[in-house]
Design a protein around this ligand. Structure first.
Ligand code: CA2
Length: 159
């Protein structure tokens, strides 16, 4: 007997990759800081990585704090088991984003393309980092890949 579609989907590990404000500009501006890859390039690579292990990688970018928070709130109903997030500039200011992540209680890794600790002092503080499973900064696009690989291992061990 064929299993109902919903139970097939829920057995597949789901990772959510969230990109915060201005990251839609990747590849077009400031390549010396953020690299040459566009957001579409990054998402496609992460999607391939997840699919190679039979998982699903859902990506979402917004310039709006509220839209990111709404997406985080909906994550458990979408079957998401892990979040990889580059909160962009909201990293350094957003108590609301921190509260949303704590609210859904999903494990997450914080990723930054640049090494925020080697930049201006206001970028050294993260509102989310102490709640994260881990933080990756300064490894460019590879940082997202490492985070997704770690998330895949984490979800496989827990299934
Ligand atoms: O290094 C990172 O990934 C950051 O999260 C990027 C944020 C910055 O505010 C954080 O301190 C560190 C900025 C995202 C803006 O992205 C742009 C990409 C291309 C051109 C202009 C901005």
């Amino acid at each position: 007997m064929t299993a109902p579609k919903s139970s097939v989907a829920s057995s597949v590990p789901h990772i959510l990759v969230l990109h915060g404000p201005n990251l839609n500009l990747l590849g077009a501006r400031e390549p010396e800081v953020y690299g040459h890859d566009s957001l579409a390039d990054i998402n496609a690579r992460l999607d391939c990585l997840a699919q190679a292990t039979g998982a699903l990688c859902l990506s979402f970018q917004s310039n709006s704090e509220g839209a990111l928070i709404d997406f985080i709130h909906a994550a458990p109903q979408k079957g998401i088991g892990f979040i990889v997030i580059n909160p962009g500039g909201l990293t350094h200011s957003s108590v609301a984003l921190r509260d949303a992540l704590s609210g859904v209680a999903l494990p997450f890794i914080e990723v930054h393309l640049s090494n925020i600790h080697a930049r201006e002092p206001f970028r050294h503080r993260s509102m989310l980092a102490d709640q994260a499973v881990g933080v990756i900064a300064g490894l460019g696009v590879r940082g997202y890949e490492f985070a997704v690989m770690w998330a895949l291992e984490y979800l496989q061990k827990r299934s």
